[in-house]
Design a protein around this ligand. Structure first.
Ligand SMILES: Nc1ncnc2c1ncn2[C@@H]1O[C@H](COP(=O)(O)OP(=O)(O)OP(=O)(O)O)[C@@H](O)[C@H]1O
Ligand SMILES: Nc1ncnc2c1ncn2[C@@H]1O[C@H](COP(=O)(O)OP(=O)(O)OP(=O)(O)O)[C@@H](O)[C@H]1O
Ligand SMILES: [Mg+2]
Ligand SMILES: [Mg+2]
Lengths: 227, 227
């Protein structure tokens, strides 16, 4: 499904080069359930942005569903990002002036779902993440963990076949975190592919494979024993 | 040192009232080391904003160092916020167009430290949180956990006697999280008061008292056994 061959990513600040990924080889099959772990600054979000077709590598080859991502048209990339991949950002990236329902419905506007249907689907998605009583709140009228859950609901709304979630439970207590993991489990059981960045072992315990990064390299890539 | 008597906080959204704190009584002595825990949306950040004199309660009485906060002048409040209290926000609240050193130095500008001294103290503080090689990076050129550590360095820069940290390790792997907890431990040993919001048990294990919130109430307030 996804293949990375010798991927590097180097950021440029003025004359300074900041290497974030230094030669990553990774192969992910359909319906896998992966955790990406590693120290702060080791390159997890950079890797997720490339997997999600949100950023391009500096060097290396990236295949998505058999196609070379570097040769895809902008329209094809936009379609992949909107329909095939659901992305939960580490910084949520919600629209500050829109309420929770509008934020969750955003991907459906791009995919052409009619307004009444969008409203009903968004309300249902917010109930699923425990925010049925916060539908009209704007991001600054929500707690940190509630904003995170709006971002999770938004990522799932177009029923994408791949979910990329960067630290989805970083602001959630363990009970609420477990509720979110039940949602991901259901998506995985339905045949979807799940890739999570986490620093919490109890979250990684839900996955079937753990890829550990260290200084932009893959330090280890092992099955995780959860059936 | 700090006393809250029957504190409530109700947010207003149009005609809707959102109760966040519903009658909080809390007494914190000097040099205590407290964790505030509880489900997402239970009122932890709202409580921290009141303790940090960043927001006012709807009803109830708040004493800080023997003074009634509601009767303090704006100048006295600004002095307390700048000199006595260091605040690590759940959303970091860094200046996006300033680099890490400038962000960390910000409280020293208000307290009148000369520029050369500020620069040296800021660089030292960033080294202490493991960011000696990221001093000139702006927030969008840093990873999530690196931004969090800039916010932690900034909170400590004026050597405040009270540190309020809202989920300071939410984006950090456990090794980096433990390094930050060593910093807090040193501050506590020097006589400072530390109040942390966390949802991670291994972080709460470092503290001496755990206050658990549930739906805007204190569900329990117990010593934590760490000597
Ligand atoms: N500005 C606001 N306007 C309206 N409601 C708000 C506002 N800020 C917070 N709330 C509501 O008040 C409640 C408490 O919020 P608070 O941020 O204190 O929770 P929290 O315990 O810090 O949660 P988390 O662990 O998710 O960060 C939440 O249910 C939230 O929706
Ligand atoms: N836009 C950028 N410009 C320059 N350097 C960057 C940029 N984005 C990230 N970096 C650097 O690249 C490295 C990897 O960043 P990345 O965000 O991928 O780490 P991470 O593993 O997600 O960390 P965290 O767990 O703290 O979120 C970091 O050291 C960071 O300072
Ligand atoms: Mg990251
Ligand atoms: Mg909070």
């Amino acid at each position: 499904l996804i293949e990375l061959q010798n991927i590097t990513k180097t950021y440029q600040i003025g004359a300074i080069e900041v290497p974030a990924l230094c030669g990553i080889d990774l192969r992910i099959e359909e319906n896998e359930y992966l955790a990406v772990m590693g120290p702060s600054g080791s390159g997890k979000s950079t890797l997720m942005n490339i997997l999600g077709c949100l950023d391009t590598p500096s060097t290396g080859v990236h295949y998505f569903a058999g196609e070379r991502v570097s040769e895809l048209s902008d329209d094809r990339l936009a379609e992949i990002r909107n329909r095939k991949i659901g992305f939960v950002f580490q910084t949520f990236n919600l629209l500050p002036r829109a309420n929770a329902a509008t934020n969750v419905a955003l991907p459906m506007i791009y995919s052409g779902v009619p307004p009444d249907e969008r409203k009903a689907i968004a309300a249902e998605a917010l109930k699923k993440v425990g925010l049925g009583d916060r539908i009209e709140h704007r991001p600054n009228e929500l707690s940190g963990g509630q904003r995170q859950r709006v971002a999770i609901a938004r990522a799932m709304i177009n029923k994408p076949s791949i979910i990329l979630a960067d630290e989805p439970t970083g602001n959630l207590d363990s009970k609420t975190g477990e509720e979110i993991m039940q949602l991901f489990r259901a998506l995985h059981d339905q045949g979807n592919t799940i890739i999570l960045v986490t620093h919490e072992e109890y979250i990684a315990a839900h996955t079937q494979r753990v890829v550990r990064l260290l200084d932009g390299h893959i330090e280890s890539d092992k099955p995780n024993g959860r059936k």
